[in-house]
Design a protein. Structure first.
Lengths: 186, 299
């Protein structure tokens, strides 16, 4: 090969794309699916995100590759939604509303008797998915990043640009809302 | 409730967050031990712990979407070096456990090439000037440049405090003086957006407002505060409008804010996803009109 230099670096970048992006496509699809609400849109969003990831792969500076890719997927999802379904984006009020909403569900009153854990564990997949879909977006996003994508509090905090305390309280609220939804008598 | 001196929060909300952190494996050994002791001593906390474990377990056991071979091949094709004919090295480094990748990658390439006529490298050079009337453009640029440069100078001197605005203004002025105000010449947003995507991985809304009298004529990349940001260029009669869109992370939407001075119009607003700066040598009402139409079309 005559033009070793350019060729090698391009190959190195391609290799990095293979290592950083491809192993995490399942997580990327999960996140996009929960943010956009359906699987077909998720593929479009992830494909867009991967084009961006490819363009920016030289800027990937180590760290958790999954968190890096998911950050791009998240941003792409919101850009995509603001373009394709402006209505969906408007549904979320500000965080003050969310606090009211959460306390209306009794989730910030831990002393109150919650549902039995066994009832929650028995809930079927469809009911759980519906409950997650019904979560306010900041809660849903935090829950998915933690319990489905397996990111740490610190990684989520960095991705959402909010303090760790906010990540923790959003996660607690999300789980509290799910618990009271699933724990309702059938 | 009795007071504890184990270093944990004593309010119910605080201890509840600690239980979540325990379930998530976010506590060090000492804190985990302390939380476990509290749980063991208090049936209410124990019930809360059991609920959290149940919810967490149920969510994490949800079925995951399948990564189909076809989809994987499509994505792998994005990363294939130069996206050209079979490259042994590239195929060997791709996960070999994926059946049909070699065949699929070629198919995926075709498919993505059809779906998006984009990345820079797939665009024939000739297209850059294609059907575009370059001479008329050049004439209008010269006029705009002469008119705008004086005004820009004024803004630059007076708004030094606002570094970003000054950088946007200087980028706009430089673009008017350069051989071309745009790096990608196209009135087709489906060409401009993928081009920006492929260059810097960011692609703002780019509605074509030709029917409203503001034609999208292309885009370019600005470097502001050391970061590449996308810029769209619209034309209104003899005037060019540069629209810089700075990506925001969980930013707030703000209403248009007038930064104009000395006959030089600049408006700033954001929609949460992007922070926009529109700058032009047009009259302020005309720029406002553009901003209103853009916002309506972009939302």
């Amino acid at each position: 090969m005559p033009d070793h230099g350019a060729d090698l670096s391009e190959k190195a970048l391609a290799e990095r794309f293979g290592e950083v992006v491809l192993p995490h496509l399942g997580d990327a699809l999960s996140l996009a699916r929960w943010l956009t609400g359906n699987a077909a849109d998720a593929e479009d969003v992830v494909q867009d995100a991967c084009i961006k990831a490819h363009a920016g792969i030289a800027g990937y500076a180590g760290g958790n590759p999954r968190a890096w890719l998911l950050t791009i997927v998240r941003n792409t999802s919101y850009t995509w939604m603001s373009r394709n379904r402006p209505r969906g984006m408007m549904a979320v009020g500000d965080l003050g509303d969310l606090d009211d909403m959460a306390s209306a569900h009794g989730t910030s009153l831990p002393d109150e008797d919650g549902p039995e854990a066994s009832l929650i564990a028995k809930a079927d997949t469809a009911a759980l998915e519906a409950a997650i879909v019904a979560l306010p977006q900041p809660f849903r996003e935090t829950l998915v990043l933690r319990d489905i994508n397996g990111l740490s509090y610190r990684e989520i905090s960095a991705m959402l640009a909010v303090p760790i305390g906010t990540v923790m309280s959003r996660l607690a609220r999300a789980r509290g809302l799910l618990a009271s939804e699933l724990g309702r008598a059938p | 409730m009795t007071a504890h001196d184990d270093g944990l929060p004593n309010d119910p909300e605080g201890i509840r967050l600690m239980i979540h952190a325990l379930v998530d494996g976010e506590l060090d050994a000492a804190a985990a031990l302390a939380v476990e002791r509290r749980i063991a001593a208090d049936p209410q906390l124990a019930a809360e712990h059991a609920r959290i474990v149940a919810v967490q377990g149920a969510v994490s056991r949800l079925p995951r979407p399948d990564v189909s071979d076809a989809f994987l091949a499509r994505i792998a094709a994005i990363g294939a070096p130069a996206a050209q004919a079979p490259d042994q090295e590239a195929q060997r480094r791709s996960p070999s456990s994926i059946p049909g990748l070699t065949v699929g990658a070629a198919g995926g390439l075709r498919r993505s090439a059809e779906a998006r006529p984009s990345p820079a490298r797939t665009m024939p050079r000739a297209r850059r000037f294609g059907s575009f009337d370059w001479r008329a453009m050049a004439a209008s640029i010269m006029i705009s440049a002469v008119l705008a440069s004086g005004a820009t100078q004024w803004v630059m001197v007076n708004n030094v405090a606002d570094g970003f605005a000054a950088a946007v203004a200087s980028g706009h002025r430089r673009s008017l003086l350069a051989a071309s105000p745009i790096d990608i010449v196209s009135s087709d947003r489906h060409t401009v957006k993928p081009w920006l995507d492929a260059r810097i991985g960011v692609s703002p809304p780019a509605p074509d407002l030709a029917q409203d009298g503001f034609a999208l004529i292309g885009g370019r990349v600005e470097v502001i505060s050391g970061r590449p940001v996308p810029a769209l260029v619209y034309r209104h009669r003899e005037h060019l409008i540069t629209l810089v869109a700075e990506p925001q992370q969980s930013g707030k939407a703000t209403e248009p804010n007038d930064l104009s001075s000395g006959g030089f119009s600049m408006v700033h607003w954001s929609d949460g996803a992007f922070s926009y700066w529109a700058i032009s040598d047009m009259e302020r009402p005309e720029l406002d009109d553009f901003v209103a139409r853009f916002r309506k079309a972009a939302v």
